[in-house]
Write a protein that binds this ligand. Structure first.
Ligand code: ADP
Ligand code: MG
Length: 594
């Protein structure tokens, strides 16, 4: 092929500044883009081979190699995929700098940084120029009689094409890193980035630091495998020992001589090409789920349980959601939902796609149908994305309600851990709340779990439509004892989320009232006495409290309790206490609710 010099088309004089601006925060995604292209190229060639369009060499091992050199400040991404002819380089690289490039430019050239596309997905081949001064491509197409092509571009808008001396089918891309990007050829940094983006890509990926001598190991010759690369063969001397026998010194052989080989140690693929979520739930064992959880979330506690999502129609969505064990109050619980697109990592915790309350869980979601080339705000208003997120919510509610119905024992066992999550979900998501309505349970004073219905039923004789509750077993023990003595039940609601949660229940259930035990000391606990008897003492106490609290409006009511064991107690109405709590929350402590 004649040497060819040309200019990149489509507004390309604008591309580089825009790429640089848009990608500023995550330069490392060039690794993802180039390696996912390499995987695509291999996947395509495998398909061609399946339909008989390509005859694979017998010893073919499809893989992507990432070669880094700190000495040369280069990164090479090498694949044995389908390669490109010079026409294809022209079409895919020169003419359309990257697929969707025009749309991308259109959408982003005038915008500010705060409406970013999710994880800068699909920026493609040209993302290489975020980190490189110069990029070369050497590629040989699988097509018969194709000639190898060399392409190079120094980040300006001109490129050169000529013949390449590449002899094997596939593509090799070389990045000559710019001054600001040397970190990416550092082995540790490179591993970190590859682990983030490529851990589950569908083709094996190997990394090699070419500055280092290949690592070698010695093994007995009989353990040699076909794939091993032999560096040398040698014989290990026998191991001998001096012993004394009949007063004579003798040498005996403890271990015979052994034939050995030194082999180049094969690096291990750094990715798992069949991640658990791609398998059918029937194929997965409990241990698999737990191992996957440990590995991906680096959380060495056991998850409580999980949901395997597996859907082909009307959209494609696979994933696993884990309910983590939480030790702390829900405020500090923090989950991670990793989003993938065909096994390529997109980003963590995309709240535009995943219902917000689910972000308290840990999990992976792979949804190739998601439109990732659009901005976050567009995603948020996308009907299709809404459907996906509704589906995930429904699946979670189904799992929880199913467990409550058929495995109540475990449901109750997990309840302490999962209830903040469920209540938060009900507060955040009306549909979820509707589905979970009958499966919210409450622990009572006998440590029994009741649904709201059951609790109301149990209390019916005493207080229709009112539920008594305890927030602190110790502080409120006096009241609890009175309740127990009178055979009245109360629920234990000791999580911070319970206050907003019961308020929302009251809002949704006509007539329902929650009353904390210390606000609930009503007539049934009081002894009938002559009002006048207590009038005097009421007035005195009112006086004392007015002075002590410096509050004129105060009024103290004194009543006599049936229970003789209690010398005195102060009660506060539910409403006043809630008001006080709210003020405390907003930092208005000390203000008088009256
Ligand atoms: P996309 O992957 O979204 O199509 P890219 O900019 O990443 O966009 O790549 C543009 C095109 O260049 C690809 O669609 C493909 O045809 C071609 N290409 C890129 N990398 C390779 C490769 N390693 N092997 C073969 N073709 C490639
Ligand atoms: Mg691509």
């Amino acid at each position: 092929m004649a040497k060819e010099h040309g200019s990149l088309s489509i507004n390309s004089q604008n591309i580089f500044p825009i790429i640089k601006k848009w990608m500023y925060s995550d330069h490392d995604i060039f690794y993802r883009e180039l390696i996912s292209n390499a995987c695509d190229a291999i996947t395509k060639l495998k398909k061609l081979s399946l339909i008989g369009e390509y005859e694979e060499p017998d010893d073919i091992e499809y893989k992507v190699k990432v070669e880094i050199s700190s000495k040369d400040k280069t990164i090479k991404i090498i694949d044995n995929g389908l390669g490109m002819t010079s026409e294809e380089v022209n079409e895919y690289i020169n003419q359309i700098a990257f697929s969707g490039a025009e749309a991308f430019l259109e959408q982003y050239k005038d915008k500010t940084n705060d409406d970013q596309i999710i994880g800068h997905f699909g920026l493609g081949f040209y993302s290489a120029f975020m980190v490189a001064n110069k990029v070369t491509i050497d590629t040989l197409s699988y097509k018969k009689d194709a000639t190898a092509v060399h392409w190079e571009c120094d980040g300006g808008t001109d490129y050169d094409m000529s013949d390449s001396d590449k002899t094997s089918v596939g593509t090799e891309i070389t990045l000559y890193l710019n001054d600001d990007s040397y970190e990416f050829c550092n082995e540790y940094k490179a591993r970190e980035v590859l682990e983030k983006y490529c851990s589950f890509m569908p083709v094996e990926i190997f990394m090699e630091n070419v500055d280092e001598e290949p690592k070698t190991v010695d093994i007995p010759e009989e353990e040699l495998q076909e794939k091993d690369v032999v560096v040398k063969r040698f014989t290990k001397d026998a191991v001998t020992e001096e012993v004394e026998e009949d007063g004579e010194k003798k040498t005996v052989e403890k271990e015979p001589a052994k034939k050995m080989v030194t082999i180049n140690k094969r690096p291990e693929a750094l990715n798992d090409i069949h991640p658990l979520w791609t398998k059918h739930p029937n194929e997965c064992k409990k241990e698999d789920y737990i191992e996957f959880y440990h590995r991906v979330f680096k959380d060495y506690k056991e998850p409580l349980f999980w949901i395997h999502l597996n859907m082909d129609y009307p959209f494609n969505l696979k994933g696993i959601l884990y309910f983590p064990k939480i030790n702390m109050e829900y405020e500090s619980a923090e989950g991670t939902i990793k989003l993938y697109n065909n096994q390529v990592f997109v980003a963590d915790n995309i709240k535009e796609v995943i219902p917000e309350f689910l972000l308290l869980l840990k999990g992976v979601i792979d949804c190739p149908d998601l439109p990732l080339n659009v901005s976050r705000s567009a995603l948020q208003n996308d009907g299709f994305v809404k459907k996906i997120s509704d589906y995930i919510t429904k699946k979670v509610a189904d799992k929880l309600s199913g467990m409550c119905k058929t495995d109540r024992e475990n449901y109750e066992k997990y309840w302490d851990d999962i209830n903040p999550f469920i209540k938060y979900g009900c507060l955040k998501d009306e549909k979820f709340a509707e589905k979970m309505n009958d499966y919210i349970i409450f622990k009572n004073l006998d440590n029994k779990y009741l649904t709201l219905k059951e609790a109301l039923e149990e209390n019916k004789e005493n207080h229709e439509n009112t539920i008594f509750y305890v927030t602190d077993m110790q502080e409120q023990s006096q009241y609890i004892n009175m309740f127990k003595a009178d055979n009245i039940d109360a629920l234990i609601l000791d999580n911070r989320i319970d206050q907003p949660f019961i308020q929302s229940l009251e809002g949704k259930n006509e007539g329902l009232k929650f009353s904390r035990v210390d606000a609930a000391i009503d007539d049934s606990f009081k002894e009938e006495v002559n009002e006048d008897e207590l009038k005097d003492i009421s007035e005195k106490l009112t006086d004392t409290f007015k002075k002590a609290l410096n509050n004129d409006k105060l009024n103290v009511n004194v009543t006599k309790l049936k229970d003789d064991n209690i010398s005195s107690m102060i009660t506060l109405s539910e409403q006043d206490r809630r008001m006080q709590d709210m003020m405390k929350m907003y930092g208005m402590a000390g203000m008088d609710p009256s």
